[in-house]
Design a protein around this ligand. Structure first.
Ligand code: 0X9
Ligand code: ZN
Length: 301
């Protein structure tokens, strides 16, 4: 399939999600995680092959300049629907998948149309400043660490927790299915890290040992195809202290057993501007790792 060699604009991604619901009717439904400040839908898909299944939730594109995130999430969606691989077909069937490739649609459009390095949403805040860092705005230890009170900053946490329409509505959606979610994955770039909560402390979470074990196994599997090396660890240890992020809230408030944040390729050679030739290999190795995450999580029960 020759489609994984370009970063698509929002309209193309959203149009494609609609076509999936038609092509795989009865399995795929279009879902809405709310509406952005500028009025765009936060559009996703639910993949479901039947009732009473646990769920896997995938969140992409909360930071708009990290284009490899939506691209990889779209690849995963496509694999779940069209792969001939037995293992992929099995996980596609065994879970309900809730997938939102672009959770910051206004920022994503801005990064395509006006400024490639845009990270935040596009809501005007104070003075001439625009945008809140949507990964500092969740209501868990809001503003405590690694967040800015300066509206001009790229890590501005906003005037209050869940001040932004995107985080407010997406979190409401997550809560509505929270007790079904077994695994939550948030996709960012870059750095080649697999991060485990929390972002405010190096104190290990209750199931840290399992989360680390499963994560490390998955990153070993990720490395097999192309040799790409990831570091797995607690957020505060592996990257920096940062609070108000989505996975911390999902872990703490929804008590989801396993939550991870991927920092996809690379380690800084191209950074956020990862060449489109790397979309396919990044996506393939990431898919390999997700199969392993699920497999290992099941082994441990
Ligand atoms: O700073 C961030 O939000 C993430 N790194 S990025 O370079 N993609 O901006 C790290 C997020 C992990 N932290 C929490 N979820 N708390
Ligand atoms: Zn990010």
């Amino acid at each position: 399939d020759g489609r994984w060699n370009t970063y698509y604009k929002l309209d193309a991604i959203y149009g494609w999600l609609d076509t999936l619901a038609t092509r795989y009717s009865g399995v795929v439904t279009v879902i809405y995680g709310g509406t952005s400040y500028e009025g765009r839908p936060i559009k996703g898909v639910k993949i479901s092959h039947g009732p009473n299944k646990k769920a896997i939730f995938i969140e992409g594109g909360i930071h708009s300049r990290e284009w490899i995130s939506p691209a990889t999430v779209n690849y995963i969606t496509n694999e779940l629907l069209s792969s001939k691989d037995d293992k992929i077909q099995a996980v596609a069937r065994d879970f309900d998948w809730y997938i939102f490739p672009v959770t910051n649609p206004d920022g994503y459009v801005w990064s395509h149309e006006e400024f490639r390095m845009w990270r935040k949403n596009r809501r005007p805040t104070i003075g001439n400043s625009i945008g809140v860092d949507l990964n500092r705005n969740w209501n868990n230890n809001w503003l405590a660490q690694g967040s800015s009170t300066n509206p001009a900053s790229d890590s501005y946490a906003g005037p209050g927790p869940f001040s932004e329409p995107e985080t407010r509505s997406l979190s409401t959606f997550i809560s509505s299915i929270g007790d079904k979610i077994d695994l939550y994955l948030s996709f960012h770039s870059f750095g080649q890290l697999l991060l485990i909560p929390f972002g405010n402390t190096t104190e290990p979470i209750a199931n840290y040992h399992d989360a680390l074990h499963i994560g490390k196994k998955a990153m070993k599997t990720l490395s097999v195809r192309f040799g790409t090396q990831y570091v797995t660890g607690n957020i505060a240890e592996a990257i920096y202290l940062a609070t108000g992020g989505s996975i911390d809230w999902v872990k703490e408030r929804e008590q989801v057993p396993l939550v991870y944040c991927y920092e996809l390729r690379d380690r800084g050679t191209h950074g956020f501007v990862l060449p489109p030739e790397q979309i396919l290999p990044t996506s393939q190795e990431t898919m390999d790792s997700i199969l392993e995450l699920i497999h290992e999580a099941r082994e441990l029960g």
